[in-house]
Design a protein around this ligand. Structure first.
Ligand code: ADP
Ligand code: MG
Length: 211
């Protein structure tokens, strides 16, 4: 599968939103261990608004518009650090790459590369700081290393690299968000935002596999 139509891209993003919404209890539990427990609530709110905004778009909306709309809805509804961070994940890359009517590797991979750079610039987190960057950066690197045109292969690689990244966050001490006040005590627990990134890539992979 080398391309998704804009309609399929919308369905893929809706599937990612749904997967995050269904993971609310898990995300709440993870954030409760080292943060303030609100990550599941924030992500659920953002993804519900993102879903509404996506469904309201006309059929003619480009791939870039779909991602940007999702990001904007999250940024406006979630508030706080993670609203900006997860809003940027969907919005920044889509703004930076050329307009596309279909989603192909040539859009998908640069889009997430540019989003990764924007998240790092805006949030100031580097790999190892126990944030969603620890899942997003390996996902982007895995897709770039694969250098494939097959969306299933690319998203499979991204998804497993993100999962590995989440595992690695257990070894790190938090430097950002509420979890930073726990510092060393956060070691042993996975990062909530990284888990959300993993869920998003897994859901996109699952959608593409079913096409
Ligand atoms: P808050 O930390 O304000 O309670 P959430 O609980 O919704 O927000 O989200 C926390 C998640 O956001 C963290 O697990 C982390 O992955 C991510 N995060 C927080 N700050 C940053 C940052 N500066 N850069 C990247 N990710 C961040
Ligand atoms: Mg929190």
């Amino acid at each position: 599968m080398n391309a998704l139509s804009a309609a399929q891209t919308k369905e893929m993003l809706l599937a990612a939103a749904q997967a995050v919404i269904e993971s609310k209890p898990l995300l709440t539990e993870i954030d409760s261990k080292i943060g303030d427990g609100d990550h599941g609530i924030g992500m659920e709110t953002g993804m519900r608004k993102a879903g509404e905004a996506l469904r309201a778009l006309p059929e003619s909306a480009s791939v870039n518009t779909l991602f940007k709309t999702m990001g904007r809805a999250m940024m406006m509804s979630m508030g706080g650090a993670s609203g900006v961070i997860f809003g940027t994940l969907f919005q920044a890359g889509a703004k930076a790459v050329p307009e596309a009517e279909t989603l192909e590797a040539g859009t998908l991979v640069p889009l997430f590369r540019r989003s990764l750079e924007a998240v790092k610039t805006r949030g100031g987190a580097q790999p190892g700081d126990k944030t969603m960057v620890d899942a997003l950066e390996p996902a982007v690197l895995a897709m770039e290393a694969l250098d494939s045109k097959d969306l299933c292969q690319l998203l499979a690689a991204a998804s497993s690299a993100a999962a590995e990244g989440v595992e690695n966050t257990k070894r790190y001490a938090a430097k950002f968000g509420r979890a930073k006040s726990l510092m060393e005590r956060s070691i042993g627990h996975q990062d909530a935002g990284a888990t959300s990134v993993q869920i998003i890539f897994e859901a996109m992979h699952a959608y593409v596999t079913k096409q």
